[in-house]
Every structure is written in structure tokens, then in C-alpha cells.
Ligand binder design. Structure first.
Ligand code: NDP
Length: 325
């Protein structure tokens, strides 16, 4: 990226991943590197325009005339929220993605990096999953609406490339957590849900803390600030429409019970953790291979899991009143 100033528009800029990218960019801006001098970053949330609406989406593009787009905006939620709203997840995300990619085409955007997720891969598959398997079988039934809508981003990317030569690509993060997450009791992902509920338990002096499900499922968790660095790297260095998995290593996979213990340690909670096995576990595992990432960006260092959990717990304690709950 060089020459006149490039505008980078980040949809979903007010969310977990968007805010992490913002803090990485703000840090770069204080270092005043050559690259950052040529970029103007614009972070948009839903108050800047409802991307389910075509006219509002085009108005946003008309206003900013982006050179590049990082497309994060989506209806996002945890297992229980997905199970209850599969139709909404499908329709809203289909509309958002179609509008954003079509506006990117109309406004001649040079590159779009959109966001898939490792949880949209086939339920019955071989592990580890890799980038070639996005469409190789039905997703887990718990989140089929979100999954099929996300998979269609890849179809749109291929369509815009084959018909118009557009460089619209996608990244595939594993489970993300960090500051600015959604800590709601009804719609959050497992990390913020456990952090928030354990904080409540401590404040209410509860001797036991219940984790929904068996605690046995395995997950790869990426710290939002690590993912943000990788997003920026993809925008500047990755020129292929093929998806790329952005995940911690396979060996870094942890069980939900290990996650609960890490959160307990970070919170300094002295009560006992119990498991409610009558509740759904979701997919047992979805181990993803980051071989492609490792082959292209060999020396990337992920933040140690416990450090990232500690920082996130601390952020929640410091921002309890203003956090999304
Ligand atoms: P958040 O829920 O934290 O943020 C969602 C963002 O999308 C917010 O900025 C929100 O705006 C915006 N948004 C939602 N609906 C609309 C709409 N109709 N019009 C305009 N903007 C809208 O999500 P994350 O940061 O966690 O997720 C970012 C991306 O990463 C998503 O595409 C998600 O699918 C993907 N992903 C997330 C994972 C995770 O574990 N969190 C894992 C893998 C992929 P506002 O808040 O202002 O309403």
C-alpha cells in the first residue's frame, strides 16, 4: 500500500475484534511507521449504518470511499443464542454480507478481508480441519444458520473474483476473546460468559460455580489482540481469495473445564466449580490447523493463554459498568 492515502473501513469496528484492531492501529500510529502514514482507518458500528439495509450500506461507502475493507460486522452469539435463533442468524448475516461485498464491488475496493469462523466447518469431519474443508459437509445443527451464511461469504468471494477479478478474501478465526467482548448473560460466548458469571458469583459470595455442560469439549481460543495483528498482516500481505485460518496451534487447544480453572485463577475465586451435564455441550471439538498461517508468517508469537485470560478478566473488572452486558 503506497501513494495517496488509503482509507481502510472496518465494519463491526465497535465489537470485540474491531476494537482490538483499533488498539493495534492506534499503537502503530504512535510509532508513525511509513505504512501507517499512508492509511486512514475508519471504524464503524451499527449506529453508523445498518448493514442489513442496502441503501444504508451504500451511503456508508459513499461517505468514506474505502480503498480497503475489513468486514467484521455480523450477528454473533454463543451456543444457546444460536440454537434459539438460527433463522435470524442466517437472514441477517446473508443480508449484511451481500450488501457489504456488493458495495465493495461498486465502489472499486481493492481488497476486502471478511470473517468466517472455525465453528462453521462440517460437524462430521476429520481433524485437524483446514481451509479446503469449508463446504465439505453440513455444519453442526446448533448453529446451522450462522454457518451457512458465513460459508456464503466464500461463495461470494469466488464469484466476485471469477466474474470481476476482485480480491475479496476471508480469514477463519477460532474462538476469540478479549477486552470489549459481549458479556451478556443470554447471548455471549463461553469465555465472556464464564468471566461475567464468576464475577457475579464472587460478588454474591456463592460457594459453588456452575458451568453449563460437561466441561469436556475442546476449543482453540485466540486473544483478540493477537487476532487483530494477524488481520492487519492479512490486509497488507495476503493476496489470495482462498480462506486462511487464523488460529493458535493445535497443541494450544483447551477443555472448557481448563478454561473455567484459568478464569477461576485469574478471578482469585475460592469456591468450587461444578458441571451441569443436563445442558448442551455443542460440538465436541473443532480442532483447526494453522499450518498455512505458520508457513506464511513463521515467527508470529501468540500471547500465552493464561496471560490473555488474566488481562481479559482485569478488563472486565475495570469496565464492568460500561461493558456490553
Ligand atoms: P461483536 O458481536 O463483538 O461485534 C459485532 C459487530 O458487528 C459490532 O460492531 C456491531 O455493531 C456490528 N453489527 C452487528 N450487526 C450490524 C448491522 N446490522 N449493521 C452494522 N453493524 C452491525 O463480534 P466480534 O467482534 O466477536 O466478531 C467479529 C467478526 O468475527 C464476526 O464476523 C464474527 O462472525 C467473527 N468471528 C468471531 C468469533 C468470536 O469468537 N467472537 C470467532 C470467529 C469469527 P454495534 O455493536 O455498534 O451494534
Amino acid at each position: 500500500m503506497s501513494g495517496k492515502k488509503n482509507v481502510v473501513l472496518v465494519t463491526g469496528g465497535s465489537g470485540l475484534v474491531g476494537q482490538a484492531i483499533k488498539s493495534i492501529i492506534e499503537k502503530e500510529q504512535t510509532q508513525y511507521t511509513e505504512t501507517i502514514k499512508n492509511e486512514t482507518w475508519v471504524f464503524c458500528g451499527s449506529k453508523d449504518g445498518d448493514l442489513r439495509d442496502k441503501a444504508q450500506t451504500e451511503a456508508l461507502f459513499e461517505k468514506h470511499h474505502p480503498t480497503y475493507v475489513i468486514h467484521l460486522a455480523a450477528m454473533v452469539g454463543g451456543l444457546f443464542h444460536n440454537m434459539a435463533h438460527n433463522l435470524d442468524f442466517f437472514r441477517e448475516n446473508m443480508a449484511i454480507n451481500d450488501n457489504v461485498l456488493n458495495a465493495s464491488y461498486k465502489y472499486d475496493v481493492k481488497k476486502v478481508v471478511s470473517c468466517l469462523s472455525t465453528c462453521i466447518f462440517p460437524d462430521k469431519t476429520i481433524y485437524p480441519i483446514d481451509e479446503t474443508m469449508v463446504h465439505s459437509g453440513p455444519p453442526h445443527n446448533s448453529n446451522f444458520g450462522y454457518s451457512y451464511a458465513k460459508r456464503m461469504i466464500d461463495i461470494l468471494n469466488r464469484g466476485y473474483y471469477s466474474q470481476h477479478g476482485c480480491m475479496f478474501t476471508s480469514v477463519v478465526p477460532c474462538n476469540v476473546f478479549g477486552p470489549h467482548d459481549n458479556f451478556s448473560l443470554t447471548s455471549s460466548h463461553v469465555v465472556p460468559a464464564l468471566i461475567r458469571r464468576m464475577d457475579d458469583a464472587i460478588r454474591e459470595d456463592q460457594p459453588t460455580f456452575t458451568v453449563l455442560g460437561s466441561g469436556k469439549p475442546l476449543r482453540q481460543f485466540i486473544y483478540s489482540l493477537d487476532l487483530a495483528k494477524l488481520f492487519v498482516w492479512v490486509l497488507r500481505n495476503y493476496d489470495s481469495i482462498e480462506p486462511i485460518i487464523l488460529s493458535v496451534d493445535e497443541e494450544a487447544e483447551v477443555s472448557i473445564s481448563a478454561l473455567a480453572e484459568a478464569i477461576k485463577k485469574a478471578h482469585g475465586y475460592s469456591g468450587q466449580i461444578v458441571y451441569d451435564t443436563s445442558q448442551a455441550d455443542g460440538q465436541y471439538k473443532k480442532t483447526a490447523s494453522n499450518k498455512k498461517l505458520r508457513s506464511l508468517y513463521k515467527d508470529f508469537e501468540f500471547t500465552p493463554f493464561e496471560t490473555a485470560i488474566q488481562e481479559t478478566v482485569q478488563w472486565y473488572k475495570d469496565n464492568r459498568d460500561s461493558a456490553r452486558t
